[in-house]
Design a protein around this ligand. Structure first.
Ligand code: CLF
Ligand code: SF4
Length: 516
């Protein structure tokens, strides 16, 4: 099971790292040198991991798949400059490391960013994480980045701080990272072999000079590895993002996974290259394609047993606000927040988050109960698509979905395996039938789609494609609903009412999970 993404092996590695002598450091990193408590068993609850790690991941929507249904994050775009060039980036767009293409609406000063965070925190009390993820590199803009964190540590002490970097400057800033209790860092690592790296990075700017070619990739690689080791030694949870570039690093990413695991990486997030020609990137202009959803899944599956994988990344904008998969940044533009009254009420936030936590635990309990009653693994495995607006429930109309969450079910397990973006079917009161084939195509390897409601036309189209539209479980928890449908499905198969057809051959089409 993947919900907290921590295997016993990884926990042991992490505890070993935590217990290792720390590098010379400033004080302030709360987890430095602490050894984890004993843990055992599966990977999805507070009993399965050291308490201090659970505290860090339990309401971080990127580090816990379960949390991403319930807790929100936001990014502030205070870091416009970058110290390297990636062939998949054009900096008038968001950083591809942590975003999907689309210009950042507004670059912010640290003061503006802090005001925005406090405003969002009072409007969206389940916003628990603030990340700096571009549009350039957080650590190529150290003054702006750390001034923002410094102020927030004082003014919003309950918000977890998170940053994303290409790693080039990372070893120079580990002390600063610990000083401000930034206990989640993402490093984008696309290679551990400079011969691969020189195909991705035309240049870096380091040590007061521009370096190109193999040497550039070698320096970047060495700095990334050093930075990762330093963070691990200081107890900072480090996630690795890798951009999957077919023909360049697809076969290489397994080695990346092994190497980052060795150095204590907590999670590995393999993301598809986005390379539309209109974005003006080198790869976009030279015809380098991104991977299909199937190719992405194949590489992720090939990394099984290595560093734990994140599969729910949404490649957010550098100014995203809200739950993963939703973007409420338009509600918090500078002119709008000027008119909002900031009431940063810690107690109110805690009360709200207590309710969110109760809901999350109810979802977890419902899942456990459904699994206990699921009847055991008989070898049948299916995928289902779910329309949800969050809260871990089947609570969205088919026509309102811009993505479907995909779950893999057996008689003994349920696992979130990804999401598929689709075009909106409902266009202000009527269905856009031209969108239907692409929506059906995006979930054509699923046996059912669970929705809160669905109209006659899409219902018929889905049935014709062999996908059951299911609205009987509206507003129920996802896993409970999915397993209840699956139990009924298996009953109907056993009774000879329907025939079970493997849909594994229904290949996911190119672009099914790519950026909208
Ligand atoms: Fe932002 Fe990144 Fe922190 Fe999350 S995003 S800085 S770790 S708070 Fe999350 Fe967005 Fe994927 Fe990043 S879904 S792109 S992994
Ligand atoms: Fe662009 Fe980020 Fe690469 Fe810098 S590190 S070039 S901002 S993708």
């Amino acid at each position: 099971m993947q919900s907290a993404y921590i295997s016993l092996g990884d926990l042991k590695a992490h505890r070993t790292a935590l217990a290792a002598p720390a590098a010379p450091q400033a004080s302030g990193c709360s987890t430095t040198g602490s050894a984890g408590k004993a843990s055992c068993g599966s990977s999805d609850g507070p009993g399965d991991m050291p308490a201090e790690i659970w505290e860090k991941v339990k309401n971080h929507p990127c580090y816990s798949e379960e949390a991403h249904h319930h807790y929100a994050r936001m990014h502030v775009a205070v870091a416009p400059a970058c110290n390297i060039q990636c062939n998949y980036c054009n900096r008038k767009y968001d950083c591809s490391n942590e975003s999907r293409p689309g210009v950042v609406s507004q670059k912010l000063t640290p003061d503006q960013a802090v005001k925005k965070v406090l405003t969002v925190a009072s409007e969206i009390p389940q916003m628990t994480v603030l990340g700096i993820a571009g549009p350039g590199d957080a650590l190529a803009n150290p003054q702006k980045t750390f001034e923002t964190f410094r102020q927030l540590q004082e003014k919003a002490p309950d918000i977890k701080l998170c940053l994303s970097t290409n790693g080039l400057a990372l070893p120079d800033y580990v002390d600063e990272i610990c000083r401000y209790n930034i206990d989640h860092v993402t490093i984008t690592i696309n290679m551990v072999d400079p011969a691969v790296g020189e195909k991705i990075y035309p240049w870096i700017y380091w040590d007061h000079r521009r370096i190109t070619g193999y040497e550039a990739a070698k320096v970047l690689h060495e700095r990334q590895m050093l930075g990762l080791k330093m963070l691990t030694a200081r107890g900072v949870l480090t996630k690795i993002n890798s951009v999957l570039i077919p023909g360049i690093n697809d076969e290489h990413l397994m080695e990346v996974n092994r190497e980052v695991k060795k150095r204590g990486a907590f999670l590995h997030n393999i993301m598809p290259l986005i390379s539309e020609a209109e974005h003006g990137t080198h790869f976009g202009l030279t015809g380098q394609r991104g991977p299909s959803a199937q190719e992405l899944k194949d590489v992720q599956d090939a990394c099984a047993g290595g560093a734990n994988l994140m599969r729910h990344c949404r490649q957010c904008r550098a100014d995203a606000v809200g739950l993963l998969g939703e973007d409420r940044s338009d509600e918090f533009t500078l002119d709008k927040i000027e008119e909002m009254e900031i009431v940063y009420d810690l107690e109110k936030r805690r009360e709200y988050q207590d309710k969110v936590e109760a809901e999350r635990q109810a979802q977890h309990a419902a899942k456990e109960a459904a699994l206990a009653a699921a009847g055991g693994d008989d070898g049948m495995k299916v995928l289902v698509a779910v329309a949800t607006t969050g809260g871990g429930k089947v609570n969205q109309h088919f026509g309102h979905a811009t993505e479907f969450q995909i779950y893999e079910l057996t008689g003994a397990s349920t696992a979130f395996i990804g999401h598929r973006r689709v075009d909106l079917y409902c266009q202000g009161g009527y269905g856009e039938d031209e969108q239907l084939p692409s929506i059906v195509n995006a979930i054509n390897d699923c046996h059912a789609v669970l929705v809160a409601k669905i109209g006659a036309c899409p219902r018929d189209e889905l049935k014709a494609a062999g996908i059951e539209p299911v609205e009987e479980y509206a507003h129920e928890f996802i896993e409970k609903a999915a397993l209840a449908w699956f139990a009924d499905y298996r009953r109907r198969v056993a009774a000879g009412e329907i025939e079970h057809i493997e849909r594994g051959d229904a290949r996911i089409r190119q672009g099914a999970v790519m950026a909208a």
